[in-house]
Ligand binder design. Structure first.
Ligand SMILES: Nc1ncnc2c1ncn2[C@@H]1O[C@H](COP(=O)(O)OP(=O)(O)O)[C@@H](O)[C@H]1O
Ligand SMILES: Nc1ccn([C@@H]2O[C@H](COP(=O)(O)OP(=O)(O)O)[C@@H](O)[C@H]2O)c(=O)n1
Ligand SMILES: [Mg+2]
Length: 218
């Protein structure tokens, strides 16, 4: 089995993975980060990336970048989904995630995949394309009261085309109907680590996040 390496530290990490996983080399360690819009996924992922050596990949950010990319054939389709709070077909999103993982090289301790899988189509596509190349350690579930989430989105100030009352309502409906069942699916597998974030400061939430990663040995 040949794995590409770029530092001695990674070389031993990858070798350990190769040896401990039989013939399937698990190159990518993954933590999914889910929660309602505005719950603080991006905020916490930035801290985890900074402190714990994970690479943060936001599915929403990757889709917004693809929407802006000159020559993208998916720009209009992505914008329609973002405005309507609906979920872009997984073929697009999963490819963007995989490209970003490859582009980040092997120096990452693992990947925080923020805002994915958001529905059954996302989950099925991930299992099909990435299931054999990845190990999902757990799902970090940042929960918060929906009224708080709405306020946070309205005050986010990033100029997003979906941070308005109408789009936020649609995003919350999508979250309740499509994303929450995915969290329940992982709950049944014993893989959900929930942190209740609504009334906590980012520092307080991060203290609990760090504990979850510590407990998982990551
Ligand atoms: N614990 C918190 N308390 C108060 N505001 C927060 C907290 N976490 C994040 N925010 C703010 O709420 C908004 C949404 O956070 P963000 O990380 O973008 O959430 P998400 O990625 O889940 O939509 C941002 O303006 C962010 O600064
Ligand atoms: N897996 C994903 C993630 C986001 N998206 C789209 O991108 C929008 C914004 O996602 P986001 O993760 O940036 O939103 P927040 O939860 O961070 O507020 C979603 O409402 C979807 O329209 C998607 O289609 N598929
Ligand atoms: Mg976000």
């Amino acid at each position: 089995i040949i794995v590409s390496v770029d530092t001695p530290d990674n070389s031993s990490r990858l070798l350990r993975r190769a040896m401990s996983s039989g013939d399937a080399v698990r190159l990518y360690d993954v933590v999914f980060v889910l929660g309602p819009p505005g719950s603080g996924k991006g905020t916490q992922c930035a801290r985890i990336q900074e402190n714990l050596g994970f690479v943060h990949l936001s599915a929403g950010d990757l889709l917004r970048a693809e929407r802006q990319r000159a020559g993208s054939e998916f720009g209009e389709l992505i914008e329609t989904h973002i405005k309507n709070g609906s979920i872009v077909p997984v073929e697009i999103t999963c490819k963007l995630l995989e490209n970003a993982m490859i582009a980040s090289g092997t120096a990452a301790k693992g990947f925080l995949i923020d805002g994915f899988p958001r529905n059954q189509n996302n989950l099925d596509g991930w299992v099909r394309e990435m299931g054999a190349k990845t190990k999902v350690h757990f799902v970090l579930y940042l929960s918060a009261e929906l009224e708080i989430c709405v306020d946070r989105c309205l005050n986010r100030g990033q100029g997003r085309t979906d941070d308005n009352v109408e789009s936020i309502q649609k995003r919350i409906t999508t979250y309740n109907n499509q994303t929450f069942p995915i969290i329940q699916h992982y709950e049944q597998l014993g893989l959900v680590r929930e942190i209740k974030c609504g009334t906590k400061t980012p520092d307080q939430v991060y203290a609990e996040v760090a504990q979850v990663f510590g407990n998982a040995g990551l």
